[in-house]
Write a protein that binds this ligand. Structure first.
Ligand SMILES: [Ca+2]
Ligand SMILES: [Ca+2]
Ligand SMILES: [Ca+2]
Length: 512
């Protein structure tokens, strides 16, 4: 990692502060899993960005609907100009995409990425020694390759392994225009068809998560006019992704799969130790209490039942009641157990399920031409929480749900960031091209801010107390500085309210 400059430090501090707030507010909602949207969420992994899962996505491929795409992002908050070392995957880790296809919470399939470094010339500090026009360009001094192994398990025990890619090239960090005049060409060369319809990708990309992280800066510093900035705009991550014929992922006619991503780090004994775990967005970030975050990252979904108490008696709705005067739904919250641990009946619950925090995708629900950023909440069953697409606005979905949308208290709350700062691709791997090291951050931020306002004029940001007033009464709108807490916690709360409530309110839409 390069030395932190002021803006990086600020963001890191915000995230850290948010972790405290959210952890404190949420001591228990849920299962433990390193959730998606999980940037620097736990003490240990926050100091080891190479092993830090930030988000996981699982969706039916829009352009190849007989396939399913799985994506996991790592190494958060990459400043694009962060050379000369730039950003690489760890060599001592296995980056896993895990699929449970029989509902028992144990991975039946794992796509494992393992990386290798190649340095052409160790007499220079340069990442590249001239303009790079292809992945095998002699001027690309440092490169990584990966092996991709498909691991099959039965009842959690390895039953077979098959190497499906060897020495595949990683798309490099986007150093800048002078070094990489046509980065898109390099990216395209890193998309690898593997036969039998499977494709794989590994490399740098724009961070596909979008939100206003200033919620963590003492609640916008009491100046709510500043909401609506995509804090992650302009930053990159490292992505691994596979696209697999869906028939190879499902079993016994059940179209629902449970997905997560884990990082297994090689240990001194020659084995692996799990250091990161992530499924649904924001679970470890805002659901799991701070004292349990590292434990969560090391845990198996098989043991998630131990957190049922946190789920049935969550602290977050109580905190929101305290701040907004919105009465917390009465416990025990069996609805949360359903939303977090089992999937929603009629939508994405496996036929036989052992409660566990996994991102659950019903692969039989077809992709739509114009995805609704609010996913199922917007009447679009092909989106979050049925899996997660890149365009799904999981912060707004969560916020609206926690503030009573699913209980009939309609609202249009959000963080006023409705879309990513860069357009996603229409073909695999879909993630946006990484920001270039030659971009100027100030210019980038300005553009991102304008874009963040979007065209969705009806969306109400956190400044607009009207929606909150309806639910909370006049008192609720009088605490502007505290509103953002709910926004951050909303992610968690979403899970808290999206289960039965959702189901009751829109049964017809969930009937797939
Ligand atoms: Ca299984
Ligand atoms: Ca982005
Ligand atoms: Ca949003």
């Amino acid at each position: 990692m390069p030395t932190l400059h002021p803006s990086r430090t600020r963001i890191a501090a915000l995230v850290a502060a948010g972790g405290v707030l959210l952890a404190g507010g949420f001591a228990g909602l849920a299962p433990e899993r390193g959730a998606a949207s999980s940037h620097r969420e736990a003490p240990l992994v926050s100091g080891q960005p190479q092993y830090d899962n930030t988000d996981v996505y699982a969706f039916v491929s829009p352009d190849r609907p007989d396939t399913t795409t799985l994506i996991a992002n790592f190494i958060p908050l990459q400043e694009p100009a962060g050379g000369p070392t730039f950003y690489k995957f760890a060599r001592d880790a296995a980056y896993d995409l895990n699929i449970d296809n029989n509902g028992d919470s144990l991975a039946d399939l794992t796509y494992r990425f393992e990386f290798h470094d190649r340095l052409k010339n160790d007499k220079t500090f340069l990442y590249n020694t001239g303009p790079v026009t292809s992945l095998d360009d002699p001027d690309l001094n440092f490169t990584q390759t990966y092996d991709l192994t498909l691991i099959r398990r039965v009842d959690g025990n390895v039953h077979g392994t098959r190497k499906i890619a060897q020495g595949a090239p990683v798309a490099p960090s986007n150093v800048g225009r002078a070094s990489m005049p046509d980065y898109a060409k390099l990216r395209a060369q890193a998309v690898r068809p593997l036969g039998d319809g499977t494709a794989a990708f590994a490399g740098q990309a724009d961070d596909s998560f979008f939100l206003d992280l200033r919620v963590f800066d003492l609640l916008y510093g009491a100046n709510l006019k500043e909401v609506g900035n995509d804090t992650l705009s302009g930053y990159n991550v490292n992505t691994v992704a596979v696209q697999v014929p869906t028939r190879q992922l499902v079993r016994n006619g059940d179209p629902v799969i449970g997905v997560n991503s884990t990082v297994q780090r090689r240990n001194a004994a020659g084995g692996h130790t799990q250091v990161s775990r992530l499924g649904s967005p924001l679970v470890n970030e805002v659901v799991v209490p701070r004292g349990k975050k590292d434990t969560f990252n090391a845990s198996s979904p098989w043991h998630d039942a131990q957190f049922a108490g946190f789920v049935t008696d969550p602290e977050l709705p109580k905190l929101i009641e305290q701040i907004y005067k919105i009465p917390a739904p009465p416990g025990p919250r069996d609805d949360l157990v359903q939303a977090y641990l089992t999937g929603v009946p009629g939508l994405n619950k496996p036929r036989n399920v052992r409660p566990a925090e996994l991102l659950r995708l019903n692969t039989s629900i077809k992709p739509v031409a114009n995805p609704d950023r609010l996913g199922v909440l917007g009447g679009d069953k092909a989106g979050f929480p049925n899996g997660r697409r890149l365009t799904d606005d999981v912060v707004d979905i969560s916020l609206q749900a926690v503030e009573g949308e699913l209980l009939g208290k309609k609202n249009d709350l959000g963080d006023a960031v409705n879309a990513n700062d860069r357009e996603f691709g229409s073909t695999f791997p879909y993630v946006a091209q990484p920001h270039s090291g030659s971009d100027v951050r100030g210019a980038r931020s300005g553009a991102a801010k304008a874009g963040a306002k979007g065209k969705d004029g009806e969306t109400v940001n956190l400044l607009n107390a009207g929606a909150v007033e309806d639910a909370a009464g006049d008192e609720g709108s009088g605490v502007p500085g505290l509103v953002p807490i709910a926004a951050g916690s909303g992610v968690v709360a979403f899970l808290a309210t999206c289960g039965l409530l959702w189901w009751r309110r829109r049964p017809g839409r969930l009937g797939g």
